[in-house]
Design a protein around this ligand. Structure first.
Ligand SMILES: N[C@@H](CCC(=O)N[C@@H](CS)C(=O)NCC(=O)O)C(=O)O
Length: 236
């Protein structure tokens, strides 16, 4: 069986990382059984989660996990999409992952109150005296990568205004359709759901969440994806 390396459920979400939520959703979309292991971060080949172990083949990065599923299991996430829809869905996915994600990171890790509510709990299993030390080091490392990306160089209100534009774009593309590209979910839905559900997580108090909440189709979309892929099985 496939092992998916995760952080674990945090913030009322299937996982604390939107990329892990994306990978979970892809596996569920493809109907593949998998087990979760939240102890694999130390061995992550690219230093990040998610990655999978599929019969001793290690695949790191959510997009390469998608390509692996397509190649090994013959599942076409974008079946039925026109070339234009495929291109548009890829563009939206990458806007989420390479732009909106960094704004989410700033909201969660940059804002001190949100950090205390959220990511600080990643270190709860450590001995109490070490928690602020290790937590502070990882926070500095994360904010360093945000700065290296570039988005972290803007003052927070500017970051938030850019994120609000991303969310308005996703909302406009979704329109009144159930999924991004129409009646059926496609690969980008896994990525966009991972990010939008992360942005909407109620424990974080942030103008980015408020911006997302002004688009009722985004909250409905989050709920639709949750029900479709993460509702507990009957009797479970
Ligand atoms: N491109 C990667 C991004 C994965 C990623 O950024 N994961 C973050 C969590 S959201 C991570 O593992 N960060 C830990 C670190 O940078 O040390 C993917 O699509 O899987």
């Amino acid at each position: 069986m496939i092992t998916l390396y995760t952080f674990g459920p945090y913030f009322g979400l299937p996982d604390g990382s939107p990329f892990v939520v994306k990978a979970m959703t892809l596996l569920r979309m493809a109907g593949l059984d998998y087990r979760e292991d939240n102890g694999g971060y130390g061995k992550a080949p690219k230093g990040k989660l998610p990655y999978i172990d599929d019969a001793d083949v290690i695949v790191a990065d959510s997009t390469f996990i998608r390509l692996h599923i397509e190649e090994k299991y013959g599942f076409n996430f974008d079946a039925g999409l026109s070339d234009r829809d495929r291109a548009q869905s890829w563009a939206v996915e990458k806007m989420c992952e390479d732009h909106l994600y960094w704004a989410l990171l700033d909201a969660r890790w940059g804002d001190k109150a949100n950090f205390a509510r959220g990511p600080a709990h990643f270190f709860d299993a450590m001995p109490a005296p070490l928690r602020p030390l290790i937590g502070g080091m990882i926070r500095n490392k994360t904010l360093g990568s945000l700065r290296a990306h570039g988005l972290g160089r803007h003052p927070r209100p500017q970051i938030e205004s850019l994120a609000a534009r991303d969310l308005a774009a996703i909302s406009a593309i979704l329109g009144d359709r159930p999924y991004l590209m129409g009646e059926a979910p496609c690969a980008a839905d896994a990525a966009v759901f991972g990010m939008v559900s992360g942005v909407l997580a109620p424990i974080f108090d942030t103008p980015i969440r408020t911006a997302a909440e002004t688009h009722p189709n985004l909250t409905a979309y989050r709920d639709r994806m949750l029900t479709r892929y993460f509702a507990p099985a009957a009797g479970a």
